[in-house]
Design a protein around this ligand. Structure first.
Ligand SMILES: Nc1ncnc2c1ncn2[C@@H]1O[C@H](COP(=O)(O)OP(=O)(O)OP(=O)(O)O)[C@@H](O)[C@H]1O
Length: 377
């Protein structure tokens, strides 16, 4: 990893928490996500001194915190620490967004981080606290949506995704996708907004219709027998970082990671070509998708992938691309109610759900016609 790590043998002053078989230092402190930088800095210093004993005697002036932007779920800080001998160490502090427990299973995330990080994915987890975690800082640039379709990068993303999907994260291997969608649906369909405009917009949604779509899509997807893998589930450009000098690509942010269907991770990634503006004219062409599939299915010999395997993955990803629209549409409704962020989550629901409706007939026909073909063994 290109990230600068603080000592691996981080001394524990906070209590050590055992997540699975790996121990990580834990502090019982919480950090208020809404504080300004001057207000939050002393709190971060206190937290670091509690977590990392070797920093406990450093003067407060040696800790410099700044906001990192990019995400829309959590508050992220970059903290520079000047050690006694003048060495600069950079870490990130992620403060969980308030109310994110409705959409994110933090225990599941923490368990996954250990195993993914041991497998070489993402930043190193250095410590946890009541509402967040400290991780190593990755010296790399965050990708833009348009970078993801660049053929060399697309091939590298596909190749890494394949190895990501091969990581064995302990615990139940039951796919969580439909459970999560069902949980989101229950929560999202019973909201009220104090803001009249929001409430009126929300009332335009027919949850009966959404529920019918979920049932139909779940049935169709079930027939495809997609392989179950440990999926990232949120492979957008902001969660991909590239160190150009080392030509090293990083996947970050595993908060939605779970056992899920291979096609969901891929279809969801393709949806992200549209960027946060949701310009779905940017969805990858069939050729671009096949390029990705070849490098995913056989990273060493991409040109030897059979047409049959390409077609199967094309149908699978297309079908789960639809599921991804429903997933994030419902997610956005919960965020519209729970998140303090300025982002227009309600509008985001409509962008995703409208795109679902635009795509569904074509995708259903594609999947049904594929499923009706006689299968050769
Ligand atoms: N360990 C890290 N090192 C360097 N930069 C990072 C690191 N983690 C995150 N970032 C930067 O911060 C941005 C936001 O991070 P992250 O995706 O974790 O936030 P988030 O709120 O969970 O986002 P979202 O929910 O939108 O995916 C990333 O796009 C990246 O630019």
């Amino acid at each position: 990893m290109g990230a600068v790590n603080i000592r691996n043998d981080t001394e524990v002053s906070g209590e050590a928490r055992n997540d699975g078989d790996i121990k990580v230092v834990h502090s019982s402190l919480t950090v208020d996500h809404s504080l300004t930088i001057p207000e939050i800095t002393p709190r971060i210093v206190e937290l670091f001194k509690d977590l990392f004993k070797h920093w406990s005697n450093l003067d407060e002036s040696r800790f410099v915190a700044e906001n990192l932007s990019g995400g829309i779920t959590n508050r992220l800080l970059k903290v520079a620490v000047e050690e006694e001998n003048g060495t600069m160490v950079h870490v990130t502090v992620r403060i969980d967004g308030p109310n994110t427990e409705y959409i994110i299973n933090r225990d599941r995330e923490l368990q996954a981080i250990h195993h993914l990080s041991a497998a070489g994915f993402g930043p190193k987890l250095l410590g946890t606290f009541e509402n967040g975690m400290v991780q190593s800082f990755i010296h790399a640039r965050t990708l833009d949506a348009s970078d993801m379709r660049e053929p060399k990068l697309a091939a590298e993303i596909a190749k890494q995704l394949k190895s990501f999907h091969q990581v064995d994260v302990p615990g139940s291997k039951e796919p969580q996708l439909w459970n999560d969608i069902s949980k989101f649906f229950k929560k999202a369909s019973h909201l009220t907004f104090d803001d009249c405009k929001k409430q009126n917009k929300y009332k335009e949604i027919s949850f009966k219709e959404v529920e019918t779509e979920i049932i139909k899509l779940k049935e169709l997807a079930g027939h495809l027998n997609a392989p179950v893998v440990f999926a990232h589930n949120d492979l957008l450009s902001g969660n991909l970082m590239l160190n150009d000098d080392e030509e090293k690509l990083y996947f970050i942010d595993f908060e939605y990671g779970s056992y899920s269907y291979r096609g969901f991770d891929i279809g969801n990634h393709f949806n992200e070509y549209a960027g946060l503006d949701c310009d779905y004219t940017l969805y990858p062409s069939k050729n671009e998708q096949y390029h990705f599939f070849r490098h995913y299915l056989n990273p060493e010999k991409p040109n030897e992938v059979s047409d049959k395997d390409l077609e199967a993955l094309y149908v699978e990803s297309t079908c789960y691309m639809l599921v991804s629209h429903l997933y994030w549409a419902l997610w956005a409704l919960i965020q519209a109610k729970m998140s303090p962020n300025e982002f227009d989550y309600l509008e985001y629901f409509f962008l995703r759900y409208d795109e679902y409706k635009r795509q569904k007939n074509e995708c259903f026909s594609l999947a049904k016609s594929y499923l009706s073909q006689p299968k050769t063994i």
